[in-house]
Design a protein around this ligand. Structure first.
Ligand code: 4UU
Length: 569
């Protein structure tokens, strides 16, 4: 019987494809308009440091980055070497990232709040030759110093703290002569960044992002006659989202730089401070992660959710405190990194009357997958609750999770994405790479969603293990490995539990060894010491056994069902 090859249902952007100069190295592309006969204004503001009030123009940012490149080259960093950034949001983060890119070297980004063990794991796995950090985190790096890894320290905000023994001062790095910048031959497929992500399963892995992936991803958002994400030279984009994460370094910082916009860098989120900064700097774009900001908004504005609320879900009560701020400069609010409830989106809209509110959807491995077309220069009408429309110059499909067959509109399945923006693969892990990107180039996101009649994507569930605490990644496998290393724990499984504030929190099912007197407190405090705060296990349920498939795979669905039904033990 002759069978016609089955046609995939492939979804595309409503915007036409564009030419993307992804043969260029990242820094050439990002600063293209500020070189030669480009139309960029080098005296325009590029970065504002909210912590110190310092302002850096486009010329300053390029020169500082090139000087740092010259200095770290002199200190021994060569093409393809890895430098770890262990920095809070700061201009120095941007200078370092760009400096490393200029050299054809690789930045691995990590959360500076990580514990010593978490840092060590990533620094070793990525073979970091240098760690750029702040004085207050040096204590966590003692072992590396002994192993010959160079530690560079950024001055503290007041600039007075003495440099720890053996560390190089960042300020000194910015004194070099930028004309001595080496000009390595950089290929588009060279890795430029290695953020870490657990992907669809297992432990955190190094995600090899190439020059081509980043250039493509930025262009998909901000380029073309009708850019999907219309950042302009007049925009002031506030960035309190962590710069070590793809959402900030790709979709905000580097995308902003390509367009000539200014980025206001904020080291951490604090609602009153952010409101004050929005007013003071007339911020136009506010990117958020749903649980962080929106939960705060709920508290401050005394919005109540629940059965007493009217249809639509919310009761809005004005709060004196926040009414003081003039937020009328805000024209765009972007939410991403976790699910945003439709009702919440609508509630926030009331607060920012001049703002378009929409979502971006992305993944460390795939860069931005979708962006709301309400952010386009010539915007499209969009629905609340949608996480965007697939980015241009890319293919998307939705596949049945059992048969793998591609599905038409309005049918939910696993979202798959294809294009030059994807990662090259996981560092030293061809097996995990092959299960994530198939032989036809489709990256399987592990997210369940559908595309509606207007090309808008709705995410309805997650197939993968990943837990998202306020948008931060928590890998169950990492916590499970720690749990079973406890002498009184026989077996363990970690799953997500829904949480009003954080979105999701990790909880553990634990089988304790026979005769042990292990308590919930013992377990939570054991984990607490070893991980950054958002990975802490919030609840422990003791059980007789962990449900597993014959292959040994934990049946997480069963455990989640037990949580939903209140049958934990
Ligand atoms: C429901 O969270 C991110 C990346 C976010 C991002 C990137 C570029 C947002 C906007 C942008 O332009 O990456 P990871 O690797 O930390 O987590 C990826 C996972 C997704 O697979 C999905 O499960 O985070 C979840 N996620 C979302 N879920 C990300 N964005 C959304 C969203 N709605 N809008």
């Amino acid at each position: 019987l002759d069978q016609e090859p089955r046609q995939d249902f492939i979804f595309r952007s409503k915007l036409p494809d564009i030419f993307i100069p992804n043969h260029l190295p990242l820094t050439d592309y990002v600063f293209q308009r500020f070189s030669g006969n480009g139309d960029g204004d080098s005296t325009a503001t590029c970065l504002i440091d909210s912590a110190t009030g310092r302002i850096f123009t486009y010329a300053d940012v390029q020169i500082n980055s090139q000087r740092v490149a010259v200095s770290i080259h002199r200190l021994g960093i060569r093409q393809r070497d890895t430098v770890m950034l262990l920095l809070p949001n700061s201009p120095e983060f941007a200078f370092s990232f760009l400096a490393v890119a200029y050299l054809g070297a690789v930045t691995t980004t990590a959360n500076p709040l990580y514990t010593q063990a978490e840092i060590a794991r990533q620094a070793n796995a990525s073979n970091a030759k240098m760690i750029i950090t702040k004085q207050c985190y040096v204590d966590k790096l003692i072992n590396f110093q002994n192993d010959g890894v160079l530690i560079v320290c950024v001055d503290d905000e007041n600039g007075t703290v003495a440099l720890a023994d053996g560390c190089v001062s960042f300020t000194e790095l910015t004194q070099a002569d930028e004309t001595e910048l080496p000009k390595p031959e950089i290929s588009p497929d060279d890795t430029v960044a290695i953020p870490y992500s657990s992907g669809t399963t297992g432990l955190p892995k190094g995600v090899m992002i190439t020059h081509k992936s980043l250039v493509t991803s930025i262009a998909q958002k901000v380029e073309g006659e009708n850019p999907n994400l219309n950042f302009t030279g007049d925009d002031v984009i506030i960035c309190f989202l962590p710069m070590f994460h793809t959402y900030a370094f790709n979709a905000l910082i580097l995308s902003a730089m390509r367009t000539g916009a200014a980025v206001l860098i904020v080291p951490r989120f604090e609602l009153n401070l952010v409101m004050e900064l929005i007013q003071r700097y007339k911020v136009t774009v506010v990117p958020v992660a749903p649980p962080v900001v929106l939960a705060e908004l709920i508290q401050r504005y005394k919005v109540t959710v629940g059965p007493v609320a009217p249809p639509g879900g919310f009761v809005f009560v004005k709060s004196q405190e926040t009414e003081r701020y003039d937020l009328s400069s805000v024209r765009m609010m972007i939410s991403g990194a976790a699910t945003l409830r439709k009702e919440l989106e609508e509630a926030v809209l009331l607060k920012f009357p001049n703002a378009i509110f929409g979502q971006g959807y992305g993944m460390t491995e795939s860069a931005t997958v979708a962006k709301s077309l309400s952010f386009a220069k010539n915007p499209f009408k969009t629905k609340s609750g949608a996480c965007g429309t697939v980015i241009r110059n890319a293919d998307m499909k939705v596949v049945d999770t059992i048969t793998g067959v591609s599905l038409p509109r309005n049918k939910a399945g696993e979202i798959c994405i294809r294009g030059d923006q994807l990662m090259k693969g996981y560092l030293n892990d061809p097996e995990a790479t092959a299960t994530t990107i198939d032989k036809d180039g489709w990256l399987h996101t592990g997210d369940i969603g559908y595309v509606d009649d207007d090309d808008e994507i709705f995410i309805v569930d997650r197939l993968k293990e990943l837990i998202k605490f306020k948008g931060y990644q928590v890998a169950p496998a990492e916590l499970e490995a720690l749990l079973i290393s406890h002498p009184c724990i026989e077996d363990a499984a970690v799953v997500a539990m829904k949480d009003e504030v954080a979105g999701e929190v990790p909880v553990a099912f634990v089988v304790s060894s026979e005769g042990s007197q292990l308590t919930e407190d013992d377990v939570t405090s054991y984990i607490c010491k070893q991980v950054v705060h958002y990975k802490r296990v919030k609840m422990v349920f003791f059980t007789d056994s962990i449900p597993k498939a014959p292959s040994g795979k934990i049946l997480r669905k069963d455990l989640r069902a037990r949580l939903a039904n209140g049958l934990m033990n």
